[in-house]
Write a protein that binds this ligand. Structure first.
Ligand code: SF4
Length: 338
């Protein structure tokens, strides 16, 4: 059903990164490590519309561009270059494929169950990453995945509103007990709003034996450095604090993994890790660049780099330069969320 590529052909399909130092406009907190390990996983990056609105969402880096594509109602076999993507994954012997969202959540995809079953039927390990909002309702679909990563940033409705734009907090107690998969993971994006509760959150996560791994993630961006620099610094300061209190259990792809409250907790800097992935977007973009916004931009000839400014009414805008013009990429309105 799928074409067969040899390794060299598969690598040529990925158009390796040009290493054009596309991050020259970013500050020290966002400098990228260009050393890469062999590919160990691939992402299916859904393009659509999310059911929440995280202010740090990486999808906002190319908001105008991504928003032109809405693939959540299509069968995956109709996505452009789907066959090429699977053939590349097979040729490179990549074991894991994760369904995730670039500007949406995996559980918003109407064919997710069918997709997970299909990936498993062709010998791949299938995982999902999700914000959990729809997980209780769709628990049977969630449990088709062999790896589930929940994004849990807070348990407090008001903090949830500040971070994600909604007050509804998923029933995490129930979900963490009723999600049945080989690998259950939790990702916590550390930021200005949940810093004060991070120890309580990690201690609470430590009470769930079934969680294999917790990631505390540093926010990353290719286009909104000034807007998010404060959160990146909070991460750096917090790790220094943790390093003085908790032992390092191991190091994974440059990330320190601490033993905290009985659980392994990795401090994850996307810009610093050496891990590597193939990235497929449901509009047919296929890239071997781990840095996902950069990879998409290279493939679609979109120059990175923005001009950010604070407008007179206190709202922050970011304008994406495209074809030499300024597009209307209105970005996260942090002050409005207070
Ligand atoms: S859940 Fe993910 S895709 Fe949705 S807004 Fe948050 S970061 Fe973006």
């Amino acid at each position: 059903m799928y074409p067969r590529f040899d390794r060299a052909t598969a690598l040529s399909m990925l158009d390796p990164p040009t290493h054009n130092e596309a991050d020259h406009h970013l500050g020290a907190l966002a400098k990228k490590n260009r050393l890469r390990s062999p590919y160990s996983f691939a992402n299916i990056n859904l393009l659509g519309r999310c059911n929440v609105d995280c202010y740090f969402c990486l999808g906002k880096d190319l908001d105008t561009e991504y928003s032109r594509h809405r693939n959540l109602g299509e069968h995956f076999s109709n996505w452009q270059r789907w066959n090429d993507f699977i053939a590349v994954v097979k040729a490179l012997e990549i074991p894991w494929v994760f369904v995730t969202g670039q500007n949406t959540d995996s559980l918003t995809y109407s064919r997710l169950g069918e997709l997970l079953k299909h990936l498993r039927s062709i010998g791949l390990k299938a995982g999902i990453r999700t914000n959990g909002v729809l997980a209780k309702k769709l628990i049977d679909t969630v449990n088709l995945a062999q790896s589930v990563s929940y994004s849990i940033h807070t348990r407090d409705p008001e903090t949830q509103r500040r971070i994600m734009g909604i007050t509804e907090v998923p029933d995490w107690d129930w979900l963490l007990r009723n999600t049945i998969c080989d690998r259950l993971r939790v990702a916590v994006v550390l930021n200005r709003y949940n810093r004060q509760e991070i120890y309580d959150l990690l201690e609470w996560l430590g009470t769930f034996d079934r969680i294999g791994y917790v990631q505390v993630r540093k926010i990353c961006t290719d286009n909104r450095y000034e807007l998010l620099r404060q959160d990146m610094q909070i991460f750096e300061d917090f790790e220094q604090e943790v390093a003085a209190k908790f032992p390092v259990a191991r190091i994974f792809e440059t990330a320190n993994v601490y033993l905290m409250f009985g659980r392994e907790v990795a401090f994850w800097r996307t810009v610093a890790t050496t891990v590597n992935s193939v990235n497929y977007f449901t509009n047919g973009t296929l890239t071997g660049n781990y840095f996902i916004v950069e990879g998409y931009s290279e493939q679609n000839l979109i120059p990175l780099g923005t001009t950010e400014f604070l407008s007179p009414d206190g709202l922050t805008f970011s304008w994406l330069k495209r074809d030499g013009k300024l597009a209307d990429a209105r970005e996260a309105l942090l002050p409005a969320r207070g």
